[in-house]
Design a protein around this ligand. Structure first.
Ligand code: G3I
Length: 372
């Protein structure tokens, strides 16, 4: 074999060995670190799970879930639209699977959500009589919370009942039942599931005006002598604009009310958007300028994302005595709801694992917060 060919061959072998060893290092780094292990003494680490994941049809996601998470929330299948599609029809198939998955894998399940104005079944929206609506409300909580009373860890009893200015959202629940419906929901849930932790959950409730409304709402529940155990701050934030001060102030103020504080739907989106929050009714028309990174995230944005996650976890660790759980809203970037909201069909990068389930720089920064 000519000299040059030999040299090429040697180079190829060296490269192959190096690649192989990098691969082994990556696999062993993957094997060694685990979010749930790293933060075991601090707070639970959760993920939202979609239907394919609950049914264990997504083997790669399953491996990541088992390695990294000790808590999980069904992204959609416990919402009324799916679990209670008609007046006297309940569909527990997927919720039962989720509960069984949690039991099998020692993953605590957070029920999401009993009372939410969105993803309501059509029959419920169309109930005109107040008495019938109240019967739906009562039956729904009794049946769903009752079924899982000894099997799930917690419920988001009421989701997103507030407007941005802290007033009550004009939802179907408010218009039919009046503004006591939140307290009533907690009273019913506490009776149906006496051992399950009960939370109020919202987005932007770290913002001062909405936080004040949230505090007033929770105080009303407490003053009525009804049990509420915690408050969920969803945590749908934007890269470079994470409101760290408001988050810290909120952790302190909510904890001072005797509540557990948790981050229930964490993601940090990187695409352009003109408003904050997660109101699923807000939609924006598709336009290429709103989808700037279809083929990959530029390094500068990747770094900013990693830095934001790092700062956030440092803050969570500083207040770990008040925080019980941090749940990411999805397993990998490709599975995030943010690829389709508020603009459909974008390529977003809001989580710690990329579309191939590889840990991103943000993952390593988050893990690294424990070494500082
Ligand atoms: O189930 C249908 C399916 O049959 C159909 O083929 C498909 C076509 O689009 O749609 C499927 O429904 C989608 C559903 O997710 C399940 O994938 C809906 O269109 C879609 O709107 C729905 O989005 C969910 C959204 O809530 C709706 O309100 C997201 O997955 C889910 O991540 C999101 O979660 C909410 C939290 O519950 C509350 N806080 C905000 C958060 C983000 O919006």
């Amino acid at each position: 074999m000519p000299y040059n060919n030999n040299k090429t061959l040697v180079r190829c072998i060296v490269l192959a060995i190096a690649t192989c060893s990098m691969g082994t290092q990556w696999v062993s780094a993957q094997k060694k670190t685990s979010l749930k292990k790293v933060f075991a003494k601090d707070f639970g680490i959760g993920t939202a799970m979609n239907t394919a994941q609950i049914e264990e049809r997504d083997a790669k996601a399953n491996a990541v879930i088992l390695q990294h998470f000790n808590m999980a929330t069904p992204e959609n299948i416990m919402k009324a639209e799916i679990i209670h599609p008609q007046w006297d029809v309940y569909n527990f198939d997927l919720a039962d699977k989720m509960v069984a998955y949690g039991k099998k894998n020692k993953i605590k399940i957070n029920g999401h959500t009993l009372i939410w104005h969105s993803q309501l079944p059509a029959f419920a929206r169309n109930i005109r009589s107040v008495d019938s609506f109240r019967t739906f409300f009562t039956n729904h909580i009794n049946t769903v919370a009752g079924r899982y009373k000894d099997q799930i860890f917690s419920w988001d009893v009421v989701n997103e009942a507030l407007n941005e200015d802290g007033t009550m959202r004009r939802s179907v629940f408010l218009s039919r039942l009046g503004d006591n419906f939140v307290t009533e929901a907690f009273r019913l849930a506490a009776a149906a599931a006496p051992k399950t932790e009960l939370y109020y959950n919202d987005y932007n409730n770290e913002q001062p005006a909405k936080r004040a409304g949230c505090i007033a709402l929770i105080k009303k529940i407490q003053d009525a002598g009804v049990r509420i155990d915690g408050v969920g701050i969803q945590g749908h934030w934007h890269v470079g604009k994470v409101p760290f001060k408001d988050i810290e102030e909120s952790i302190i103020q909510y904890a001072a009310m005797g509540l557990k504080v948790m981050f229930t739907e964490l993601d940090i989106e990187v695409l352009p958007r003109s408003f904050q929050g997660a109101d699923v009714n807000q939609r924006v028309a598709s336009n290429p300028a709103l989808n700037p990174y279809p083929n990959g995230l530029p390094d500068s944005v990747q770094q900013q994302l990693a830095n934001d996650y790092e700062a956030l976890f440092k803050l969570f660790l500083k207040h770990k005595d008040k925080i019980t759980r941090v749940t990411f809203w999805g397993v990998n970037d490709g599975q995030s709801w943010l690829n389709d909201w508020p603009v459909r069909g974008r390529t977003n990068y809001p989580l710690l694992f990329d579309r191939e389930f590889n840990p991103k720089p943000a993952y390593y920064k988050v893990i690294g917060t424990k070494n500082k």
